[in-house]
Structures are given as C-alpha cells and as structure tokens.
Design a protein around this ligand. Structure first.
Ligand code: C2E
Ligand code: MG
Ligand code: MG
Ligand code: MG
Length: 288
C-alpha cells in the first residue's frame, strides 16, 4: 500500500518533471535537422505607417513546422537555437528566404529581422548578413535589425561596436520591447538606435490604464525629441491605432492590421490593404 503510493508519487513526479525535459531534448535533436530540411520558415507581419496608413515594412517572425508536433513558436525554439549554437545559421536562412520572397511582392518595403543576444557578441555578424544581401540583391538600407534591450547587457561595448558595423553598412537599428529592459535609457544613450518599438504590454493595457497611456506618450515624446521613429507593438483595436496615430507614433504593428503570415498567403495582405482604407480616412494627411 505504502509502496504503491510511493511509486505513484514517483510516477507523478516523473510525469511532471521528466516529460518536458524529454520533449525539450527531443526538440533539440530535431532542431538541427529541421534547419537543414527547411522546416524553419519566415512568417511576415506588416508594419503600418501611421501618417499614411500604408504598409511600410514586414517583420520576419520564425515559425517551425514540425512534421509531427505541428507549428512551434519561437518562444520555444529560439532558446534551443541559442543553446545549440545554431541561432546564427537560423537567422541567415530566414533572411535569405525573406529576401527571395519579398522580391516577388509588389512594393519595396523594408524587412525587420530579429537578432538574438548571443549574436551581439559575434563581430562577424555584419559580414554574414552582408553576404546574404549581396547574394540575393537585397539592399542594406531596406534591412532593419531588431535587438531586445536585455540582449545588450552582457557586453555593452561589444554590442555597441557590432551595431555600429551594421549601421555603417546601411542597416537601421530598432530597440525591441522598449520599456521592459533593465537600463533602457542607458542603452539609448550608448547605442546607435534609430527606432523604439514600444512593448506590447503598454499597448495592450492602454484602453483601461491611464498610466500606460502616459508611458506611451512619454516614449513617443522621447523618440521624437531624439529624432527616433516609434513603433507600437501589439495593436489589436482600431481605437488604439487611432489614439497612437494622434499621439504622433510613427508606425504600428498588431493583429488589428494583420497577423504574421507565410509568404504563400501573401495575397491576404490585400485584405490588410482594404482594412487600412478605413483607417486612412481618419488619419491626418498633413502630418508626415
Ligand atoms: P517580437 O520581436 O517582439 O515580435 C512580436 C511578437 O508579438 C510576435 O510573436 C508576434 O506574432 C506577436 N504579435 C504581433 N502582433 C500582436 C498582437 O496584436 N497581439 C498579440 N498578442 N501578439 C502580437 P512571435 O512570432 O511568437 O515571436 C515571439 C518573439 O520571438 C519575438 O518577439 C522575438 O523576440 C522572437 N523571435 C521571433 N522570430 C525570431 C527570429 O528569427 N530570431 C530571434 N532571435 N528571435 C525571434
Ligand atoms: Mg521583434
Ligand atoms: Mg517586441
Ligand atoms: Mg518580444
């Protein structure tokens, strides 16, 4: 009896602890092959210019189409890519595919690429990215690099040098999830930043939190006084899109405008365009 319940407890413990670990190590094993087989693919989410209501760019968001487990989100596998030393390769593959895909789209928008903390310790980053740009004919000034603040804290001086490398090559630099990191303002002073991406947590709570609205206003003012663009992330409603536009936010991204889509469904972006018509009539045509 006691033995049974003991074993039961052990089983319970196992199923709570060991299975996620087993799943994780399976994913680690699968990941490298997944990269080689092209199971990691870029999805694209539009970035909307809030002065004109037009799409101005697309963020590249990685998706893993696992043959048995279905779609796996980057919150799970980016960490695996970092831990297994394959994040650099993943990034270059995504960029290469995105440059090829976007070649078939009607407009010359920019592409925004997420870079992980680990990559800001690698002085070869500029050369690696530029090789892909050269190979695909995609111009460097159409590439925006998104770095999260937390990415920078390990070695700020190396990160600074690498970001300057990218900037000198013509790319623009956006600080992602702005407002959630440890020393946002310190980073802003030290690094060659062109754009602030206001974290979704502020945007999502804007409708019911005066504090969030004040913070968003302050970030927009900070950006504008420093000559930086501001992008609002996670915009899900028309109200917040209009509020942000009136507050002087430069651009926006979120489910209201469009979810991340695979290149094969790029035709759905026409839907986004139609939806934007409604927004455009509210936007002030004088501001730019
Ligand atoms: P992020 O760069 O801040 O990207 C925005 C995330 O918010 C994306 O999640 C996007 O799908 C989601 N999102 C966009 N609009 C909305 C909205 O209106 N509502 C809500 N609830 N969510 C919205 P996703 O694609 O799951 O990516 C999560 C994070 O994973 C990204 O956050 C980024 O930090 C990282 N990531 C994605 N792709 C890559 C990559 O290729 N390399 C690296 N290093 N990181 C990546
Ligand atoms: Mg991002
Ligand atoms: Mg973000
Ligand atoms: Mg994020």
């Amino acid at each position: 009896e006691a033995k049974d319940s003991g074993r039961g407890k052990y089983r319970y413990f196992r199923s709570q602890m060991a299975e996620p670990l087993a799943k994780r190590s399976r994913l680690e094993v699968d990941f490298r092959n997944a990269l080689l087989r092209g199971e990691i693919e870029p999805y694209y989410q539009p970035l909307i210019n809030l002065s004109t209501g037009n799409i101005e760019g697309y963020e590249i968001l990685a998706r893993w189409q696992h043959p048995e487990l279905g779609m796996i989100l980057p919150d799970v596998f980016v960490q695996i890519a970092e831990d297994t030393g394959t994040i650099g390769e993943m990034t270059l593959r995504l960029l290469r595919q995105a440059c090829l895909d976007s070649d078939e789209w009607p407009h010359s928008h920019y592409l925004a690429l997420n870079i992980s903390p680990v990559q800001l310790r690698n002085r070869d980053l500029r050369a690696d990215l530029c090789d892909v740009l050269k190979e695909t004919g995609f111009e460097a000034h159409r590439l925006e690099i998104e770095v999260t603040e937390n990415a920078l804290i390990y070695d700020l001086e190396t990160a600074r040098l690498i970001l300057w490398d990218l900037k000198i090559a013509g790319m623009t630099i956006a600080l992602d999830d702005f407002g959630t990191g440890y020393s946002s303002l310190h980073h802003l002073r030290k690094l060659p930043i062109d754009k602030l991406k206001i974290d979704q947590s502020f945007i999502r709570t804007m409708s019911h939190s005066a504090k969030s609205r004040k913070i968003v206003n302050a970030v927009i003012a900070l950006g504008s006084s420093m000559g930086l663009a501001t992008t609002a992330e996670g915009v899900e409603t028309e109200e917040s899109a209009l509020w942000l536009s009136q507050a002087g936010c430069t651009s926006a991204q979120g489910y209201y405008f469009g979810r991340p889509l695979p290149s094969s469904e790029a035709w759905l972006l026409d839907t986004t365009e139609r939806q934007l018509m409604a927004l455009r009539q509210w936007l002030s045509p004088t501001r730019d």
